[in-house]
Design a protein around this ligand. Structure first.
Ligand code: CP
Ligand code: NVA
Length: 305
């Protein structure tokens, strides 16, 4: 039996497979006529326990342009572990679909799905990781910087799911990553250790100005992620001083591009002027979500030629 390749975190791809994915995504972005009919006659289940603008829409369009059929399912509709177990939902969806993609509160739920699924499980965001996001981020950075080897990425803010996936992505691509977070909100030690074991150069600091000085790219995300809403007020206090504003971008320098996975909270983690300013690439970054996930799906179903 052929091994099923799941995608719960970026390092589920070998560096060469990631390189191949990014090359395909870029090629099909510039030549849409070359996109293969990789999912012809096949379904992709998309299970969402949380809201989404970009992930749902980009994934649906990726499946559509691969000639497949996306099935959007809200978590409450299937009632995971209330109406029936996650395992039973997974086996049922796998009987109709070639891929199952899911956005979940608890990363452990994805691992339970993997344990029983005969088809690949794709993480569309969990509390621990957002790997499809960072495929788009890498694609965007390559458009702006060319080769990422030895380039410097500064992440300012919460050591959250996006930061964790960026740490692995950076390690696989040779990007040097500096993460600036307030005390108590740093990247988990096990993420840092794992990224370093992959060969990553990753530094954790407290001062955002120290992190961004001379960086090629500055990245931030919301202070309060989905599922943490009850911590919103304490996080606003903890993250005061971590807004990516004109002052911080001036420290970074004119060469730096600004990234944000979105949704953005203007006046909190990013100022209006930076988000809408000349260094911001966030809209192209959002567009690249579709190109990244499309290439991923062709690789996961082994139809990438
Ligand atoms: N960046 C991202 O995942 O956006 P959505 O939450 O809107 O899907
Ligand atoms: N860290 C954010 C990312 C949203 C795309 C969250 O988990 O809500």
């Amino acid at each position: 039996m052929t091994a099923v390749h799941h995608f719960l975190e970026v390092d589920d791809l070998a560096p060469s497979a990631l390189e191949d994915l990014l090359a395909k995504a870029a090629a099909w972005k510039s030549s849409p006529a070359a996109v293969p009919h990789a999912l012809s006659g096949q379904g992709v289940a998309m299970l969402f326990e949380k809201p989404s603008a970009r992930t749902r829409s980009s994934t649906e369009m990726a499946v559509h342009t691969l000639d497949g059929h996306p099935i959007y399912i809200r978590g409450e509709e299937v009632g995971i572990d209330t109406r029936e177990t996650a395992e039973d939902v997974t086996r049922t969806l796998a009987s109709y679909c070639t891929l199952i993609a899911a956005r979940v509160f608890d990363h452990h739920l994805l691992e339970r799905m993997v344990a029983v699924s005969p088809v690949p499980i794709v993480n569309l965001l969990s509390d621990r990781a957002h790997p499809c996001q960072v495929l788009a981020d890498l694609l965007t950075l390559r458009e702006d910087l060319g080769s990422l080897e030895g380039r410097r990425l500064a992440y300012v803010g919460d050591g959250n799911n996006v930061a964790a996936s960026l740490a692995f992505a950076a390690a696989l691509c040779g990007l040097e990553l500096t993460v600036a977070s307030p005390s108590g909100y740093e990247l988990d030690d096990d993420v840092v250790d794992r990224a370093r074991n992959l060969g990553g150069t990753i530094e954790l600091v407290v001062d955002p100005h120290e992190a961004v000085k001379g960086a090629d790219a500055v990245y931030t995300d919301v202070w309060t992620s989905m599922g943490q809403e009850e911590e919103t007020q304490q996080r606003k206090v903890a993250f005061a001083g971590y807004c990516v504003d004109d002052d911080l971008m001036a420290t970074a320098g004119d060469q730096a591009v600004f990234l944000h996975c979105l949704p953005a909270h203007r006046g909190e983690e990013v100022s209006e002027s930076v988000l809408e300013g000349p260094q911001s690439v966030v809209w192209r970054q959002a567009e690249n979500r579709m190109h990244g996930v499309r290439a991923l799906f062709t690789i996961l179903v082994g139809a990438d030629g």
